[in-house]
Design a protein around this ligand. Structure first.
Ligand code: MOS
Length: 764
């Protein structure tokens, strides 16, 4: 924390709470299961994604990627490529336009780059897959063909590629994200040694790659020497604009970034080499250029989730209560990204323990920069922690739901702050009821159905509540009762436009159908990154601020004789297309009447969200209970997920339909993480060996059972509309729930993801 942040935090913690959002309980529009606004456009093909914009004169780029993991480019022979049909340019470090190192997300609040290495500016090679040349041609086929003709020779240097071999040289970073890396309360190791019951185990998770349906793609067009328009598959529009501007020597306002639709983004749709290279190629050729990654390049050019080795040690009394909770471990990183993957975060907040120790170590490897992937940290951290809690339940002969009830802390165990809203025991209780979790569970390896062993597992889900600073919104209200709300937000398939229109309609007292939400363009008021499950709350706060400004503006238009004459903003409430007195809701005026008297057709306001001080004062998290049933084939060890229930405690739910879809998406990704996904890194070459969807298995329909989802729907009194983010929590706890169910089915504890049949077969 910087000094300024420390001061703000200290002051915020002492301030009284601002009044709770008066709309927390509103349910005219908010809370309705409305269909997604973008749905019809997407299924009919009318929605245009980044790779579907065709500026006149569009040229196509293809990357040549390094085949060594470390060293330098000795020579590039582009003669044959230059002669190939349609080729406009072959760009290498020798002739690339000069670009500064891009500001990085992890070190610059306005940055979007996932690594701060300069792009194609020198001969240095830092990972296998790094772009070393870009070929631009008239068609994609011509570009791809010519790229295959570029001959690159390398000066190879020894690379560090083995996690095992690098582990003795692990570093201990002072910070993990923006939190102190180490939290030590009491002497956890001593308490562990003295404890009556001990669980002390190592859990490993592999590398994972984001495989959004839409590939990473950038279309760049220079309107003049200092005017750049970029269509980018991005979950980070404003930071992308700033990053491109910095790297290309422009001012932010000289760059416009658009992404009206994004075909899925799970943490890594920021600025990578291809984003900058599309801009550079367009500059070098004087043509608009599209640079789309291939599926293979999604593994090699942009980064995914790193691997981890985690130790969880629990020292407990016979009744399960914890004397010690230790969660430490190591991940692989690069020295140009600052992304240790915060697997230790859940252990800071979930359980009461007399002594606590969390700490992370990192090793530096020569690989593509690892980065955020849906619930970075919490997803893999809950695999280890929630597996260990299950192991403790077995060791204490306790039901795992009951054990978690006993471990429920009164306050945040690491910060000592009050929880803003925590109803996780209720989520477990309701989940157990709905799932049919028995009061007396069958012992492990006792349920059999034909050739299949059957087992049930449970684990806690958790993800922090974040609200990002820097959100802004504009409202344009027309006299006929229609409104346009604008923010440069992202619709990546989660229902942004729908829930934001619901909110604005509720807040302004308008019909849902009369509110349009415009987004996906940096010409609109700034929004933060769609990440950290924070976009919804961040933009809600901005729209709330703008609507307050709108009320002030409307009241300024009120003339004597109006029932609103003399009213202050706190005296009125918006409903039925106008403003009405709180003390007598029949007294008021429609917006149309107010505007008619001042002879206006439209009023426009813009405002910034209040700073997110709530997070300084409270421990703010979402929770859930993941219940599942698995079947393990007695002969082959194949694991099938048979039943799923997610029971969540994530504040107020704005739209049950879009929310259910978000939770389900997270759970499906969790099933993939648990059972099938693994990016296989060749430690000889540093190259991914399974860089395709044929070899990297994501769950398909046949792998996914009907997923039941319920929620507490308890509003957090300290957030806009009472909401928490829900984009990431769905994936957390899944892998542990499955591992725990597998243990219940066959009595085998798999501590290494993914749980493939080779890990089960020897024990069957
Ligand atoms: Mo997320 S991993 O913050 O898109």
């Amino acid at each position: 924390m910087s000094l300024v942040e420390k001061v703000i935090t200290a002051v915020a913690a002492k301030l009284p709470d601002p009044p709770a959002d008066p709309l927390i309980g509103a349910e005219r529009v908010v809370g309705r299961a409305l269909p997604r606004r973008d749905g019809a456009q997407k299924v009919s093909g009318a929605a245009r994604f980044t790779a579907e914009f065709h500026p006149p004169g569009l040229a196509y780029a293809s990357l040549v990627c390094s085949t060594i993991a470390r060293g330098s480019v000795a020579a590039v022979d582009a003669a044959e490529a230059q002669r190939a049909p349609g080729v406009l340019a072959v760009i290498t470090h020798a002739n690339a336009p000069r670009m500064a190192a891009p500001p990085m997300m992890m070190s610059d609040p306005d940055g979007a780059a996932m690594s701060n290495l300069p792009v194609l500016q020198d001969a240095t090679v830092r990972w296998n897959g790094q772009p070393v040349a870009v070929v631009v041609a008239g068609t994609q086929l011509q570009a791809d063909h010519a790229a295959s003709l570029v001959r690159v020779t390398y000066q190879e240097e020894p690379a560090t590629l083995s996690f095992e071999k690098a582990k003795p040289f692990a570093r201990t970073p002072p910070k993990v994200m923006r939190e102190p890396n180490e939290v030590a309360i009491g002497d956890a190791e001593a308490a562990l040694r003295a404890a009556a019951v001990q669980v002390d185990a190592v859990y490993t998770t592999p590398r994972y790659t984001h495989n959004a349906l839409e590939l990473h793609v950038t279309t760049a067009q220079w309107l003049s020497d200092d005017e750049l328009v970029v269509h980018d598959a991005s979950q980070s529009l404003m930071p992308t604009r700033h990053t491109l501007a910095k790297a290309l020597g422009l001012r932010d306002r000289q760059v416009r970034v658009l992404a009206p639709f994004v075909g899925g983004a799970f943490g890594n749709k920021g600025v990578w080499n291809h984003t900058l290279l599309a801009c550079a190629a367009a500059k070098a050729t004087g043509r608009p250029v599209r640079l789309a990654l291939t599926r293979e390049q999604v593994f090699r050019v942009v980064g995914g989730r790193t691997l981890s080795e985690q130790r969880v040690a629990l020292g407990a009394r016979a009744d399960g209560r914890l004397d010690a909770l230790i969660h430490t471990g190591t991940t692989a990183v690069v020295d140009h990204n600052l992304f240790p993957e915060q697997f230790s975060f859940p252990a800071r907040h979930l359980y009461a323990a007399d002594a606590l120790l969390v700490r992370q170590h990192v090793v530096d490897l020569d690989m593509v920069a690892n980065t955020a992937m849906r619930a970075p940290g919490e997803s893999i951290g809950t695999f280890a922690l929630e597996s260990a809690i299950d192991e403790l339940a077995v060791a204490c002969a306790l039901d795992p739901v009951e054990l978690r009830r006993r471990l429920e802390p009164a306050r945040d165990p690491s910060s000592g702050k009050d929880f803003s809203s925590r109803h996780v025991v209720e989520a477990f209780r309701r989940g157990a009821e709905r799932f049919g979790w028995p009061a007396q569970r069958p012992a492990p390896r006792t349920q059999r159905d034909g050739d299949w062993w059957v087992g049930q597992g449970v684990a806690m889900a958790t993800y922090p509540y974040y609200r990002m600073p820097g959100a802004s919104a504009r409202i344009r209200l027309h006299a006929d009762g229609r409104a346009v709300v604008q923010a440069s937000a992202h619709e990546m398939g989660m229902g942004t436009a729908t829930v934001q229109a619901q909110h604005a309609a509720e807040r302004l007292g308008l019909a849902y159908e009369d509110v349009t939400f415009e987004y996906g363009d940096t010409d609109l008021p700034p929004s933060p990154i769609a990440g950290g499950s924070a976009q919804t709350a961040s933009i809600l706060a901005a729209v709330t601020a703008a609507s307050e400004r709108l009320v002030e503006q409307m009241l300024a238009y009120v003339r004597s004789g109006s029932p609103l004459w003399g009213a202050r903003p706190d005296d009125v409430r918006a409903h039925d297309g106008g403003l009405w007195r709180l003390d007598d809701p029949t007294k008021g005026e429609t917006y149309a009447a107010i505007l008619a008297r001042v002879d206006r057709d439209v009023v426009e306001v813009k405002a910034d969200a209040a700073p997110p001080l709530e997070v300084a004062k409270y421990s703010m998290h979402s929770y859930g209970a993941q219940f599942c049933e698995v079947r393990v084939h007695a002969a082959t060890g194949e694991v099938r997920v048979a039943r799923w229930l997610g029971s969540f405690d994530t504040g107020r739910i704005l739209n049950p339909r879009t929310a259910r879809s978000q939770f389900r998406g997270g759970i499906i990704m969790g099933i993939g993480m648990a059972l099938m996904e693994e990016s296989q890194f060749d430690e000889r070459s540093g190259r991914f060996m399974n860089a395709s969807l044929a070899d990297y298995h994501v769950p398909v329909h046949a792998d996914v059972p009907a997923i039941d989802v319920i929620w507490t729907d308890r509003p957090d009194p300290h957030t806009p509309l009472g909401v928490h983010g829900i984009g990431e929590i769905g994936i957390t706890g899944c892998a542990a729930a499955i591992a725990n169910a597998v243990h219940h089915a066959v009595g085998v504890r798999v501590r290494s993801l993914p749980i493939t049949l080779d890990k089960l077969l020897p024990a069957l």
